[in-house]
Design a protein around this ligand. Structure first.
Ligand SMILES: [Zn+2]
Length: 188
């Protein structure tokens, strides 16, 4: 285990980067059980980022980027309300920062974890950034039932299916019962 003082973070209230090579590490999941446990750990972390977004006065969404070695190299939360920019979704913030700070080679092997299924705008960003896989917690359908609207809430698999191969691999919902908690009492 690395000592905490070896970690370096470039941080703003909404976005943090853990530099590759000195981030907190986790052994690569090999067995299906370890793979599942690893996914659940990262989804829980994304939910924590979503809770931070809500605490900071924004919509409750959070995302993080995990490299091929199972290290969280970047996190970002929604900043739509505090920036008065409705496009500042957690995944879009994450992709924008990733493209500015992370090599395309690393991105090409990374996985984006998000507390709630990405919208069509963020799917576009993920596609154009060539991030090959996405894991989400709460589904768009469940979010729709919470906000009592299905406006612009599509399953991301439908969006990614329209892209040329290779399409983005999607896993989810993961730990949806935990992922919905951060939305409770927010949207009504
Ligand atoms: Zn989005």
């Amino acid at each position: 285990m690395q000592s905490p003082n070896r970690r370096k973070f470039l941080q703003t209230p909404a976005i943090a980067i853990a530099l590759p090579g000195i981030a907190s590490s986790q052994a690569s999941a090999q067995s299906p059980q370890r793979l599942r446990e690893g996914r659940e750990q990262f989804i829980r972390q994304a939910i924590e980022v979503a809770a931070s977004a809500r605490k900071n006065g924004n919509h409750p969404f959070g995302a993080l980027l995990v490299d091929e070695r199972g290290r969280v190299i970047l996190t970002a939360e929604n900043t739509a309300l505090t920036t008065k920019d409705p496009t500042r979704h957690a995944e879009l913030n994450l992709v924008q920062l990733a493209c500015a700070n992370i090599s395309s080679e690393t991105l090409a092997k990374a996985t984006l974890y998000t507390s709630t299924e990405p919208c069509i705008m963020c799917c576009g960003a993920i596609h154009w950034a060539r991030i090959p896989s996405v894991v989400f917690g709460c589904s768009a359908k469940t979010l729709g039932s919470i906000v009592k609207s299905d406006d612009f809430l599509f399953p991301c698999r439908e969006t990614f299916r329209r892209t040329k191969q290779p399409s983005v691999l999607v896993v989810g919902p993961v730990l949806e019962a935990e992922a919905v908690v951060v939305h409770r009492d927010f949207w009504n």
